[in-house]
Write a new protein. Structure first.
Length: 142
């Protein structure tokens, strides 16, 4: 029910992002979605890609600080308020969202989020028949 996201820890200075992107480019790994959260000194570059295990190994071999995180990827209709409806359902169950980002693919919205209460989130997703994307499905999106 969850997919693997790569979290890459980088110094907040010119040139660090291109190192990561070049490693993935050379390995022919497709980035499907990404986001960067930063502070004054460092950033966390979060990536959903088509080959997370291989990306992890390639980045580690290049000396990049990388970790896996399990996140949810939910498919929703790409209409105004679609994300609000899903977040409301999750929030009503008392589940807090640590971070969230989204993208669209073939007319559908994909909402990616992480929570500290994975078991409860899985139950809410199942009970409300929310469409989740599996690791296999995400690797074949592009």
């Amino acid at each position: 029910m969850t997919i693997q996201q790569l979290s890459i820890f980088m110094e907040n200075r010119s040139g660090t992002l291109i190192i990561v992107l070049d490693v993935l480019k050379k390995a022919k790994i497709q980035i499907l979605a990404s986001t960067i959260a930063d502070t004054a000194e460092y950033g966390i570059y979060r990536i959903i890609c088509d080959q997370p295990q291989r990306a992890f190994a390639e980045l580690q071999a290049a000396g990049v600080a990388v970790a896996f995180s399990d996140v949810f990827a939910l498919e929703l209709d790409n209409v105004p308020g679609g994300a609000a409806d899903v977040v409301r359902t999750i929030s009503k169950a008392g589940i807090s969202i640590a971070y969230l980002y989204s993208f669209t693919h073939k007319g559908k919205g994909i909402l990616v989020f992480r929570t500290d209460n994975m078991d409860e989130a899985k139950a809410v997703i199942s009970e409300n028949k929310l469409k989740f994307i599996t690791e296999e499905e995400i690797s074949h999106l592009f």
